[in-house]
Design a protein around this ligand. Structure first.
Ligand SMILES: [Fe+2]
Ligand SMILES: [Fe+2]
Length: 297
């Protein structure tokens, strides 16, 4: 492809991405808190089955404030479209998801989510320092898009399963005014990251791609699992949503595009080994924690 057509394609991609962000902003304003009906018919049963799922999701949604801090450390000079997406669309929507889920768990008599909104880890700070080099900033951006894809795809799948489970319990108000409006907003986030990841991957040089593969292999974690206890919590969420029995299926679904982009040279690789391993380990640590609980707990 000559330089001229490569540039034409890039500007078309930029325009489509800008349109996508505009549309998300217009069609998906943050959920109106007054539209939520917190009526729960059988709070004890609901809490037993899904209380901890609400807690996990509320925490992850509310922690987007920390994600934005990490992001601005990681990408000191983000492209304008990325800045607009996270500042004007993504963060306002996600915070509302978190507030609603947290209010629901408090309605059920649970304590509110314990969130970490401000600590930026050493790894991110080192990457951020390196990201002042433009070629390295693109590696960081790629890692950010990959994380965004896996996270948002996990959210889409989890909210679908939660919606079905909540309906099965007969909790119609919660399904209709809490879970359905939240899950409607997640695919647009996924689309943003997928689109950005595909476009950027095309532009990376061989050494940058190599670096992305290495760093991704070393750093992948399930959504919201920043330490071993949170990984076990995620394993519990997977069990409650019936994905604990088939973690490889879930791993395959959240990493489909990542496998296609990063590992295309390994034909037939359905799921990156580090994704499958991390999810299997989350389920195993949840099981180990259950087994270690005192009998009357
Ligand atoms: Fe969300
Ligand atoms: Fe999202």
């Amino acid at each position: 492809m000559n330089l001229h057509s490569a540039r034409a394609r890039t500007s078309l991609q930029d325009r489509r991405l800008a349109e996508h962000v505009d549309r998300l902003g217009l069609e998906h304003p943050p959920i109106d808190l007054a539209s939520v009906d917190y009526t729960v018919r059988r709070p004890r049963l609901f809490n037993d089955r899904y209380g901890h799922v609400l807690d996990y999701m509320a925490r992850v949604e509310l922690e987007v404030d920390r994600n934005v801090l990490e992001l601005t450390t990681l990408l000191p000079e983000p492209p304008e479209i990325d800045r607009r997406f996270y500042a004007e669309v993504w963060q306002p929507q996600e915070i509302r998801h978190g507030l609603i889920l947290d209010a629901l768990q408090v309605e059920l008599g649970r304590p509110p989510a314990e969130t970490d909104l401000s600590s930026v880890g050493v790894k991110v700070r080192i990457l951020g320092a390196l990201a002042h080099l433009p070629a390295f900033q693109d590696v960081c951006r790629m890692l950010y898009y990959l994380t965004g894809m896996a996270t948002e795809r996990s959210a889409v799948l989890a909210y679908n399963l939660l919606h079905r489970g909540v309906l099965d319990l007969g909790e119609r108000a919660i399904a209709r005014t809490v879970i359905a409006p939240i899950r409607r907003q997640e695919p647009g986030h996924y689309a943003f990251y997928q689109f950005s990841a595909r476009a950027l991957w095309d532009q990376l040089a061989g050494w940058q791609r190599w670096m992305v593969r290495r760093m991704r292999t070393m750093s992948f974690a399930p959504v919201g699992a920043n330490n071993p206890a949170q990984a076990a919590d995620f394993g519990d969420v997977m069990r409650a949503l019936s994905i604990g029995a088939e973690p490889d299926d879930f791993a395959t679904q959240i990493s489909r595009v990542e496998a296609e982009l990063l590992w295309a040279h390994r034909r037939g690789l359905r799921v990156p080994a580090y994704v499958a391993r991390a999810l299997r380990e989350a389920v195993e640590s949840a099981e180990a924690r259950w087994a270690a609980r005192p009998p009357d707990d």
